[in-house]
Unconditional design. Structure first.
Length: 222
């Protein structure tokens, strides 16, 4: 806080102390940029954390949002001026309401992750916080899903030498292995290639990559 702002605060405090015996004036609680608040949102993604992390960055760039890349799948956007006015007392001492987003991608499985977004605000009234959520200001999660629909297979999936198969309703890896390779026992090798640990470990999985050497001739010739 600058000396000038401290001086203004001191003058205002003395003014309200003297005027208190004549009238009651609410002192602006956020005076000097000291009123800080945060509000969180989260969204589950069917991609490994690294892929989700990169996709979130692409969404932010597409929306023209500047950000800093941090360790451990974290991002922090630069402060942006709020469109909520500071109020009469805040304006007197030069308060500028602002906000930014603190984003973290948390791994929740070999091919799943969670996007956690906190909007950090300064000098914005509590009843205005919701309007600054990332889902409202950036439509972040919907934008992510739109981009994810166009993404290539996850980085943990090989890009060549095999075929991607969509899982049928209620199908597990043993059923898929039987259907496309002729032997349910091949599920272990398929699971290993796809970063999975069990025949039913399929939460968030949309397709399964199967190497060509496992495929039945009629499957591999598609």
């Amino acid at each position: 806080m600058t000396r000038l702002r401290k001086f203004k605060l001191t003058v205002l405090a003395l003014f309200f102390t003297v005027a208190g015996c004549f009238a009651s004036y609410p002192i602006y609680s956020a005076a000097g940029g000291g009123r800080d608040a945060a509000l969180g949102e989260q969204h589950d993604a069917g991609f490994p954390a690294q892929d989700t992390y990169v996709a979130v960055q692409d969404v932010l760039r597409g929306e023209g949002v500047l950000f800093e890349v941090k360790p451990q799948y974290q991002l922090i956007t630069l402060w942006r001026d709020a469109d909520t006015p500071a109020g009469i007392w805040g304006s007197l001492i030069g308060v500028h309401p602002r906000y930014r987003y603190e984003i973290e991608v948390v791994p929740t499985g070999p091919r799943q992750s969670r996007i956690v977004v906190n909007v950090r605000t300064e000098d914005i009234a509590d009843n205005d916080l919701n309007s600054y959520e990332a889902t409202k200001r950036l439509d972040l999660f919907n934008r992510f899903e739109e981009l994810a629909a166009r993404l290539p297979p996850p980085s943990t999936t090989p890009r060549a030498g095999g075929v991607n198969f969509a899982l049928l309703p209620g199908e597990d890896l043993q059923g898929l292995a039987k259907r496309v390779t002729g032997s349910a026992d091949n599920w272990r090798e398929i699971a290993k290639d796809n970063g999975l640990t069990s025949p039913t470990d399929l939460a968030g999985v949309q397709s399964i990559w199967v190497k060509s050497s496992l495929l039945e001739p009629t499957k591999g010739s598609r």
